[in-house]
Structures are given as C-alpha cells and as structure tokens.
Design a protein. Structure first.
Length: 320
C-alpha cells in the first residue's frame, strides 16, 4: 500500500506554513546601510580566546583530559592528567598570550578577549594586563566545555558563575557572550541575563542582526547577534585539512579582507579574526599575524575595533 505524499504547490505551502526554528533568509541581499566611524569600509575585530585553565581536566572535576584544539590532533582523553596536553595549554598562558598582547600594545590596537571565567581566575597577571589594556572582555563561559548534552540547570549555573566572575575580576559587567560549543538552549538562557546585550554564537552572516529572546516569565526583549568566525581563525591549524603554515593563514586572512574591503566601497562590512593563545602565540604562526596587521594598517578607511564598539554602534544606529 502506497502512502500519499505531497507535491507541487501543496508541498510548498506545507513547508512554508510549518513551524521552523531556523532563519535562512536574513537580509536577503539587502543589508542595512552601515556607516562605520570615519567612513570605514570595513570593521575588523581581533578576538583572543582565553581558555587555558578552564578546559576538561581531572583536577577540574572532569572525567578525562581535554581532546580539542591542540597540536595533538585527535588526542585521546585519559581519566588522569595528560601531561603533553597540559603543557600545550600552559604554553598559551606562559608565553602565547604575552606575545600577542605585546604586539597589540606596541601597535596601540584594541582587542576583544573571549574569557573563560575559571581560566582567568587562575592567572591574575593576565587579568591585570587585560584590565590595563582596556580590552573588551566577552564572557566565554565559566568552563570551556561542550554544552550540547549538559543539562539546563548546570548550563544556567555556569552562565551565572561566568558573569559574576568577570564582574569581580574587572569591576564591570560583561555585555557580550560566547559559549563556543553551545547547546540548543544557550541563547534562550541568555534571556535570564539582561546585562548580556549581544552574543557571538553564530557564524551565518557578515553583519550583526537582531533577534528576540523570551524569558521563562514571558518577557520578550530584543537581542543583538554579532557573528563570529571559525574559518578566519587560527583553530584551523589544529584541524585536519586546515592551515599547515603561517603563509596559508596569512593568505586566507588577506583574501577575506580584500573581498570585504572591496565590497565595503558600496556597503560596509565586518571581518572577525579568531586567535588562541596556545595556537597563534607560537612563533611560526605569530609571524603571519604580524604580516596581516602590517597589511591591514597600510589600508585607509579601516576601523580596527572591539566587539563592544560594534555593539554600541548597532544599538545607536540600527535599533529595532
């Protein structure tokens, strides 16, 4: 017996009328008119992920060692300390952060830090450096974990802890959020934290856009999403088939910049660069960052900014 099925216009109507959680339309080729400060064609933000000391580790109460984003691609997880993994993460805090930080300070450039609460607590020297440099600090969660299967109560607790820790460390409330390895519940949980004005757990557009959050009490408020990147990102050095030389990384960033910069002549764009202390902080990769900074700084009408600066601009000029 054959089961009846829909086709043609009836099928189209059924698909269009059915509830669907995703937005595949976006600006549909007609983005808002963006006028960055000083008539910039492109807004470029450099984001340094600070995660070392908040990753999976038996001393953090986890079942096993970290497996993700290190030079041991495909690392196994052990129910005890993984000494090599430990030292690779420690490179980020002992050397990598300082190499990247010193370069940005030497050039007088702003930066955004995606900071894991537990990780920052373990290194007061880096907290002080971030504070003195006036970097924008976005909450990267209390732990650097995958939250896909973490229960709602624990994820909510970690969010609250993360925000409170950054408030205590930097004497101001973070307004941005980025879990990185988020869950289907992450963004909705942000409705319970009105101090968070935007999040970055999205990779599907070249410009910020508005959505709505509804709290458990039914209160709905506008919420800004500032997309991030996993491709203009040094994490691909630690991914199969990713970058295997600084030259590849530099060329990819340059190509991304060039395309957006050209498009920015008629419609301003945004470019995000993702960095990790333990990855791009290595000398052989760091040279590519220096070359790219030289290239970007040689161009006119470029706004190198923090994510908080973009959020402030969007709230002032593109409020819903």
């Amino acid at each position: 017996m054959t089961t009846a099925y829909l086709r043609g216009q009836t099928l189209i109507d059924a698909i269009q009328d059915a509830p669907y959680s995703r937005d595949l339309i976006g600006y549909h080729g007609r983005p808002p008119v963006v006028q960055w400060p000083n008539q910039a064609r492109i807004a470029v933000q450099f984001v340094l992920n600070y995660e070392e000391g908040g990753e999976n580790h038996v001393e953090h109460g986890d079942a096993g060692s970290e497996q993700f984003l290190s030079d041991i691609i495909g690392a196994a997880s052990f129910p005890e300390r993984h000494m090599s993994m430990d030292s690779m993460y420690e490179y980020g805090t002992r050397a990598g952060f300082w190499r990247i930080h010193d370069e940005f300070q030497k050039r007088g450039l702003p930066m955004t830090v995606f900071g894991v609460g537990m990780a920052l607590v373990r290194n007061p020297y880096i907290v002080d450096a971030i504070r003195q440099a006036n970097y924008d600090v976005v909450s990267h969660g209390q732990r650097w974990l995958h939250y896909q299967h973490v229960d709602l109560t624990t994820e909510r607790q970690h969010m609250d802890q993360a925000i409170s820790v950054l408030e205590a460390l930097f004497n101001k409330t973070p307004i941005g959020w980025y879990t990185g390895r988020d869950s289907p519940r992450t963004r909705q949980l942000l409705a319970e934290f009105p101090q968070i004005k935007y999040d970055c757990d999205y990779y599907g557009d070249d410009l910020p856009f508005w959505t709505k959050l509804t709290s458990e009490s039914g209160i709905t408020r506008p919420h800004l999403i500032i997309p991030y990147t996993l491709e203009s990102n040094d994490m691909k050095f630690c991914s199969p088939g990713g970058f295997n030389s600084g030259e590849q990384f530099y060329q990819y960033l340059k190509d991304a910049f060039d395309v957006l910069y050209a498009e920015g002549e008629t419609a301003s764009k945004m470019l995000s660069i993702g960095m990790h202390c333990r990855i791009l902080g290595r000398p052989g990769r760091f040279k590519a960052l220096q070359r790219f900074l030289d290239y970007v700084q040689s161009k006119e009408k470029v706004w190198i900014c923090r994510r908080a600066d973009i959020a402030e601009y969007w709230y002032k000029n593109h409020i819903v």
